[in-house]
Design a protein around this ligand. Structure first.
Ligand code: SIN
Ligand code: FE2
Length: 216
């Protein structure tokens, strides 16, 4: 299912398997990245980045917005997907075609053809922000993978097992890297460690992450 290490590819980059069902497609999104960031700016102009609050009452350190027919939200009522942005009352911005195409191509490269994401969660990390270990399990169909695109500053990604207590592997994710997980790894715990300060020519002091899901 997985490509070999340093597999030569028709697009950019190379594949690094992390474990069963999870692969890092190094630099897969590099050449698309300026266009992706322009699309992020368009999305944020319609649905501003905000710090959502967990059901436990904690403000998330990553700022978030969404694109697609469904967007992921958290508030005092819990985690869920919904078609409207709770902050504006409007539908989330449409999924940019270049987002959809990149996510579908990355999924296919990782062995998951026919991926049709309907939700893109956009995370923006500034130095000090992080994302604790969690499972992506608010989606309806776990046969569909998760495609996660890293832009800007590097960060340490943690990828664990099905139990929170399973010791995670650590992988540095850099600009243009895409992680795809699915199949036996679909519900594995994952997160990112605290972002360190730096400067990136495309994203200044930030790291952005685009997470694509088939949610509905
Ligand atoms: C997430 O799992 O929601 C985000 C992971 C990342 O920022 O790379
Ligand atoms: Fe996640």
């Amino acid at each position: 299912m997985m490509n070999d290490l340093f597999d030569s590819v028709d697009g950019e980059g190379w594949s690094e398997p992390v474990g069963d069902g999870v692969v890092v497609l190094r630099r897969f999104a590099s050449s698309a990245s300026p266009a992706l960031m322009a699309a992020v700016a368009d999305i944020a102009a319609q649905a501003p980045f905000r710090h959502m609050v967990t059901p436990g009452g904690h403000s998330m350190s990553a700022a978030m917005t969404c694109a697609g027919s469904l967007g992921w939200v958290t508030d005092a009522r819990g985690y869920r997907y919904q078609s409207c942005d709770p902050q504006t009352g409007r539908a989330w911005p449409a999924m940019p075609p270049k987002f959809f195409a990149l996510a579908q191509q990355a999924a296919e490269r990782a062995g998951f053809p026919g991926f049709e994401p309907d939700a893109c969660l956009v995370n923006r990390y500034r130095p000090g922000a992080k994302m604790g270990l969690h499972q992506d399990k608010d989606e309806r169909d776990f046969s569909q993978p998760i495609v996660s695109v890293s832009l800007g500053l590097p960060i340490v990604f943690q990828f664990g097992g099905l139990r929170r207590s399973d010791r995670p592997q650590r992988v540095i994710l850099e600009h243009g890297d895409v992680v795809v997980w699915g199949g036996v790894a679909r519900l594995n715990y994952h997160g990112v460690l605290t972002l360190k300060a730096g400067h990136h020519p495309l994203t200044d002091e930030f790291r952005y992450n685009l997470t694509f899901r088939k949610a509905g």
